[in-house]
Write a protein that binds this ligand. Structure first.
Ligand SMILES: NC(=O)c1ccc[n+]([C@@H]2O[C@H](COP(=O)([O-])OP(=O)(O)OC[C@H]3O[C@@H](n4cnc5c(N)ncnc54)[C@H](O)[C@@H]3O)[C@@H](O)[C@H]2O)c1
Length: 263
Protein backbone atom coordinates (compact mmCIF):
# COMPACT_ATOMS: atom_id res chain seq x y z
CA UNK A 1 0.00 0.00 0.00
CA UNK A 2 1.01 3.60 -0.46
CA UNK A 3 0.80 5.11 3.01
CA UNK A 4 0.86 8.71 4.20
CA UNK A 5 2.18 9.16 7.75
CA UNK A 6 1.39 12.43 9.52
CA UNK A 7 3.62 13.50 12.42
CA UNK A 8 6.00 10.63 11.73
CA UNK A 9 9.22 12.14 13.10
CA UNK A 10 8.45 11.83 16.81
CA UNK A 11 9.07 8.96 19.21
CA UNK A 12 6.69 6.46 17.63
CA UNK A 13 7.32 7.33 13.98
CA UNK A 14 10.63 5.48 13.49
CA UNK A 15 9.14 2.28 14.94
CA UNK A 16 6.21 2.48 12.58
CA UNK A 17 8.51 3.11 9.63
CA UNK A 18 10.67 0.19 10.70
CA UNK A 19 7.62 -2.11 10.80
CA UNK A 20 6.28 -0.96 7.43
CA UNK A 21 9.14 0.03 5.17
CA UNK A 22 9.84 -3.35 3.57
CA UNK A 23 6.15 -4.01 2.96
CA UNK A 24 4.67 -0.67 1.93
CA UNK A 25 5.50 2.58 0.17
CA UNK A 26 5.75 5.35 2.76
CA UNK A 27 5.41 9.12 2.48
CA UNK A 28 6.67 10.42 5.80
CA UNK A 29 5.51 13.89 6.85
CA UNK A 30 5.96 16.11 9.89
CA UNK A 31 6.61 19.77 10.66
CA UNK A 32 10.12 18.72 11.70
CA UNK A 33 12.55 16.79 9.47
CA UNK A 34 13.48 13.20 10.31
CA UNK A 35 16.66 12.38 12.21
CA UNK A 36 19.72 11.20 10.33
CA UNK A 37 19.31 7.76 8.93
CA UNK A 38 15.93 8.10 7.27
CA UNK A 39 16.40 7.50 3.57
CA UNK A 40 12.79 7.42 2.37
CA UNK A 41 10.48 10.11 1.02
CA UNK A 42 9.90 13.00 3.43
CA UNK A 43 7.69 16.06 2.99
CA UNK A 44 7.23 18.91 5.43
CA UNK A 45 3.49 19.04 6.09
CA UNK A 46 1.61 20.42 9.05
CA UNK A 47 -1.41 18.39 10.15
CA UNK A 48 -3.32 21.63 10.70
CA UNK A 49 -2.86 22.67 7.05
CA UNK A 50 -5.91 21.31 5.23
CA UNK A 51 -4.64 22.00 1.71
CA UNK A 52 -1.24 20.51 2.49
CA UNK A 53 -2.68 17.31 3.96
CA UNK A 54 -5.18 16.90 1.11
CA UNK A 55 -2.52 17.47 -1.56
CA UNK A 56 -0.05 15.06 0.05
CA UNK A 57 -2.67 12.34 0.46
CA UNK A 58 -3.38 12.14 -3.26
CA UNK A 59 -2.75 8.63 -4.58
CA UNK A 60 -2.43 7.08 -1.10
CA UNK A 61 -4.25 3.94 0.04
CA UNK A 62 -4.10 4.72 3.75
CA UNK A 63 -3.30 7.55 6.17
CA UNK A 64 -1.68 7.02 9.57
CA UNK A 65 -1.81 9.90 12.03
CA UNK A 66 0.98 9.94 14.64
CA UNK A 67 0.99 13.70 15.11
CA UNK A 68 0.46 15.11 18.57
CA UNK A 69 1.34 18.24 20.44
CA UNK A 70 0.97 18.20 24.17
CA UNK A 71 2.53 21.31 25.68
CA UNK A 72 0.71 24.23 24.07
CA UNK A 73 -3.02 23.78 24.53
CA UNK A 74 -4.12 25.97 21.62
CA UNK A 75 -1.75 24.25 19.24
CA UNK A 76 -2.86 20.93 20.71
CA UNK A 77 -6.33 21.48 19.31
CA UNK A 78 -4.88 22.56 15.95
CA UNK A 79 -2.87 19.35 15.71
CA UNK A 80 -4.97 16.69 17.46
CA UNK A 81 -8.49 17.92 16.71
CA UNK A 82 -8.19 19.97 13.52
CA UNK A 83 -5.48 17.59 12.30
CA UNK A 84 -7.94 14.70 12.44
CA UNK A 85 -10.52 16.75 10.59
CA UNK A 86 -7.96 17.44 7.85
CA UNK A 87 -6.93 13.79 7.68
CA UNK A 88 -10.56 12.65 7.32
CA UNK A 89 -11.30 15.33 4.76
CA UNK A 90 -8.25 14.18 2.76
CA UNK A 91 -9.53 10.60 2.95
CA UNK A 92 -12.96 11.73 1.76
CA UNK A 93 -11.60 13.82 -1.14
CA UNK A 94 -9.37 11.01 -2.44
CA UNK A 95 -11.62 8.07 -1.59
CA UNK A 96 -9.03 6.65 0.81
CA UNK A 97 -10.70 3.77 2.61
CA UNK A 98 -8.38 3.17 5.54
CA UNK A 99 -7.33 5.66 8.20
CA UNK A 100 -5.32 4.80 11.31
CA UNK A 101 -5.55 7.19 14.19
CA UNK A 102 -3.44 7.04 17.36
CA UNK A 103 -3.65 8.45 20.83
CA UNK A 104 -3.41 7.90 24.57
CA UNK A 105 -5.79 5.53 26.36
CA UNK A 106 -7.42 8.43 28.18
CA UNK A 107 -8.92 9.86 25.01
CA UNK A 108 -11.38 7.00 25.48
CA UNK A 109 -11.11 5.91 29.12
CA UNK A 110 -10.27 8.98 31.18
CA UNK A 111 -10.03 9.39 34.95
CA UNK A 112 -13.61 8.36 35.67
CA UNK A 113 -12.91 4.92 34.28
CA UNK A 114 -9.22 4.59 34.99
CA UNK A 115 -9.34 5.57 38.65
CA UNK A 116 -12.09 3.17 39.57
CA UNK A 117 -12.63 0.35 37.14
CA UNK A 118 -11.09 -2.87 35.85
CA UNK A 119 -11.56 -4.83 32.64
CA UNK A 120 -11.81 -1.61 30.66
CA UNK A 121 -12.65 -2.33 27.03
CA UNK A 122 -12.10 -0.23 23.92
CA UNK A 123 -15.79 -0.32 22.99
CA UNK A 124 -16.92 1.51 26.11
CA UNK A 125 -18.65 4.87 25.66
CA UNK A 126 -15.87 7.50 25.63
CA UNK A 127 -15.28 9.54 28.76
CA UNK A 128 -12.00 11.31 28.28
CA UNK A 129 -11.91 13.12 31.57
CA UNK A 130 -11.08 16.76 32.10
CA UNK A 131 -7.50 17.16 30.91
CA UNK A 132 -7.17 19.41 27.88
CA UNK A 133 -4.76 17.03 26.14
CA UNK A 134 -7.40 14.31 26.49
CA UNK A 135 -10.07 16.64 25.11
CA UNK A 136 -7.98 17.63 22.09
CA UNK A 137 -7.44 13.95 21.27
CA UNK A 138 -10.91 12.72 22.24
CA UNK A 139 -12.62 15.32 20.08
CA UNK A 140 -10.30 14.34 17.25
CA UNK A 141 -11.45 10.75 17.60
CA UNK A 142 -15.07 11.90 17.53
CA UNK A 143 -14.40 13.71 14.25
CA UNK A 144 -13.04 10.46 12.82
CA UNK A 145 -16.16 8.61 13.95
CA UNK A 146 -18.53 11.10 12.34
CA UNK A 147 -16.61 11.06 9.02
CA UNK A 148 -16.55 7.27 9.13
CA UNK A 149 -20.30 7.11 9.64
CA UNK A 150 -21.05 9.73 7.01
CA UNK A 151 -18.65 8.64 4.27
CA UNK A 152 -18.01 4.96 4.98
CA UNK A 153 -14.30 5.43 5.67
CA UNK A 154 -12.70 2.73 7.85
CA UNK A 155 -11.07 4.29 10.91
CA UNK A 156 -8.91 2.18 13.18
CA UNK A 157 -7.84 3.97 16.36
CA UNK A 158 -4.86 2.55 18.24
CA UNK A 159 -4.59 3.63 21.87
CA UNK A 160 -1.41 3.38 23.92
CA UNK A 161 -0.71 3.88 27.60
CA UNK A 162 2.96 4.64 27.40
CA UNK A 163 5.85 3.52 25.25
CA UNK A 164 9.16 2.42 26.64
CA UNK A 165 11.54 -0.44 26.91
CA UNK A 166 14.61 -0.34 29.05
CA UNK A 167 14.68 3.31 28.11
CA UNK A 168 12.26 6.17 27.79
CA UNK A 169 12.70 8.89 25.22
CA UNK A 170 13.21 12.08 27.21
CA UNK A 171 11.51 14.06 24.44
CA UNK A 172 8.83 16.51 25.46
CA UNK A 173 10.49 16.96 28.82
CA UNK A 174 13.37 19.00 27.50
CA UNK A 175 15.69 15.99 27.52
CA UNK A 176 16.85 15.16 24.01
CA UNK A 177 18.33 11.77 24.84
CA UNK A 178 16.80 8.51 25.97
CA UNK A 179 16.60 8.03 29.74
CA UNK A 180 17.72 4.54 30.70
CA UNK A 181 16.37 2.21 33.35
CA UNK A 182 13.40 4.28 34.41
CA UNK A 183 10.61 2.31 35.92
CA UNK A 184 7.46 1.91 33.90
CA UNK A 185 3.80 1.32 34.42
CA UNK A 186 2.38 -2.20 34.01
CA UNK A 187 0.68 -0.94 30.85
CA UNK A 188 3.85 -0.05 29.00
CA UNK A 189 4.25 -1.24 25.43
CA UNK A 190 7.75 -1.81 24.06
CA UNK A 191 8.75 0.50 21.21
CA UNK A 192 8.99 -2.27 18.67
CA UNK A 193 5.53 -3.59 19.60
CA UNK A 194 4.08 -0.09 19.24
CA UNK A 195 5.25 -0.17 15.62
CA UNK A 196 3.97 -3.65 14.83
CA UNK A 197 0.55 -2.73 16.24
CA UNK A 198 0.25 -0.08 13.52
CA UNK A 199 1.36 -2.65 10.95
CA UNK A 200 -1.43 -4.96 12.16
CA UNK A 201 -3.98 -2.14 11.78
CA UNK A 202 -2.72 -1.35 8.30
CA UNK A 203 -2.82 -4.92 7.09
CA UNK A 204 -5.99 -6.31 8.71
CA UNK A 205 -8.52 -7.21 6.00
CA UNK A 206 -11.27 -4.60 6.28
CA UNK A 207 -13.97 -7.28 6.27
CA UNK A 208 -12.57 -8.60 9.57
CA UNK A 209 -13.50 -5.39 11.34
CA UNK A 210 -16.86 -5.51 13.13
CA UNK A 211 -17.66 -1.97 11.95
CA UNK A 212 -16.06 0.85 9.99
CA UNK A 213 -14.94 2.61 13.16
CA UNK A 214 -13.05 0.47 15.65
CA UNK A 215 -10.77 1.24 18.58
CA UNK A 216 -8.05 -1.01 20.00
CA UNK A 217 -5.90 -1.03 23.14
CA UNK A 218 -2.28 -1.87 22.49
CA UNK A 219 -0.94 -2.99 25.85
CA UNK A 220 0.58 -6.31 26.85
CA UNK A 221 -1.85 -8.33 28.95
CA UNK A 222 -1.67 -7.77 32.72
CA UNK A 223 -2.68 -10.33 35.36
CA UNK A 224 -5.32 -8.02 36.86
CA UNK A 225 -6.86 -7.14 33.44
CA UNK A 226 -7.20 -3.47 34.16
CA UNK A 227 -7.30 -2.88 30.42
CA UNK A 228 -8.56 -5.60 28.16
CA UNK A 229 -6.60 -5.94 24.89
CA UNK A 230 -8.25 -9.21 23.88
CA UNK A 231 -9.97 -7.53 20.91
CA UNK A 232 -6.62 -6.39 19.50
CA UNK A 233 -5.31 -9.94 19.46
CA UNK A 234 -8.53 -11.47 18.19
CA UNK A 235 -9.24 -9.06 15.34
CA UNK A 236 -5.87 -7.57 14.41
CA UNK A 237 -3.84 -10.65 15.31
CA UNK A 238 -1.34 -8.42 17.13
CA UNK A 239 0.81 -10.11 19.76
CA UNK A 240 3.35 -7.98 21.59
CA UNK A 241 6.78 -9.55 21.58
CA UNK A 242 7.55 -8.11 25.02
CA UNK A 243 5.29 -9.05 27.92
CA UNK A 244 4.77 -7.35 31.27
CA UNK A 245 7.27 -9.75 32.80
CA UNK A 246 10.02 -9.14 30.25
CA UNK A 247 9.50 -5.38 30.41
CA UNK A 248 9.39 -5.36 34.20
CA UNK A 249 12.62 -7.34 34.36
CA UNK A 250 14.12 -4.99 31.76
CA UNK A 251 15.02 -7.84 29.48
CA UNK A 252 17.24 -6.35 26.77
CA UNK A 253 15.80 -5.94 23.32
CA UNK A 254 17.20 -8.31 20.77
CA UNK A 255 18.49 -7.13 17.41
CA UNK A 256 17.09 -5.57 15.30
CA UNK A 257 14.85 -4.14 18.04
CA UNK A 258 17.65 -2.75 20.12
CA UNK A 259 18.41 0.29 17.97
CA UNK A 260 16.93 3.36 19.58
CA UNK A 261 14.45 4.46 17.01
CA UNK A 262 16.66 3.67 14.03
CA UNK A 263 14.48 4.05 10.98
N1 LIG B 1 4.98 8.30 23.58
C1 LIG B 1 4.07 7.74 24.39
O1 LIG B 1 4.41 7.21 25.46
C2 LIG B 1 2.61 7.74 23.98
C3 LIG B 1 1.68 7.26 24.90
C4 LIG B 1 0.35 7.20 24.56
C5 LIG B 1 -0.07 7.62 23.29
N2 LIG B 1 0.85 8.09 22.41
C6 LIG B 1 0.34 8.51 21.08
O2 LIG B 1 1.16 8.03 20.05
C7 LIG B 1 1.17 8.95 18.96
C8 LIG B 1 2.61 9.33 18.64
O3 LIG B 1 3.15 9.95 19.78
P1 LIG B 1 4.71 10.19 19.98
O4 LIG B 1 5.04 9.67 21.32
O5 LIG B 1 5.47 9.73 18.77
O6 LIG B 1 4.72 11.78 20.07
P2 LIG B 1 5.91 12.79 19.77
O7 LIG B 1 5.59 14.04 20.49
O8 LIG B 1 7.22 12.14 20.00
O9 LIG B 1 5.76 13.00 18.20
C9 LIG B 1 4.71 13.74 17.65
C10 LIG B 1 5.15 14.27 16.33
O10 LIG B 1 4.11 15.15 15.88
C11 LIG B 1 4.75 16.21 15.23
N3 LIG B 1 3.89 17.38 15.12
C12 LIG B 1 3.66 18.36 16.03
N4 LIG B 1 2.87 19.31 15.49
C13 LIG B 1 2.60 18.90 14.22
C14 LIG B 1 1.85 19.44 13.16
N5 LIG B 1 1.22 20.62 13.26
N6 LIG B 1 1.79 18.76 12.00
C15 LIG B 1 2.44 17.56 11.86
N7 LIG B 1 3.18 17.02 12.83
C16 LIG B 1 3.26 17.68 14.00
C17 LIG B 1 5.99 16.49 16.07
O11 LIG B 1 6.95 17.23 15.30
C18 LIG B 1 6.45 15.09 16.40
O12 LIG B 1 7.37 14.61 15.45
C19 LIG B 1 0.30 10.13 19.41
O13 LIG B 1 -1.00 9.96 18.93
C20 LIG B 1 0.31 10.02 20.92
O14 LIG B 1 -0.84 10.59 21.52
C21 LIG B 1 2.16 8.17 22.72
Amino acid sequence: MKVLILGGCGMLGPWVVKALKHRHEIILTDINPPDDGFDGEFRQVSADDLDGVVATAEGCDAIINLSVLREDRRLAFDVSTRGNYNMMEAARVHGIQRVINTGPHFQLVGETYENWDFDLKPDMPPQFGTRLYAHSKGLGQEICRVFSEQFGIYVITMLYYNMRHTWNWGLGRGIPEAVHHEDMTPFTTAWTDCGTAIQAALEVPLERLPSRCETFFTFPETPHHKFNSEKTRRILGWEPRYTLETLWNKEPMTPPDHLHGAW
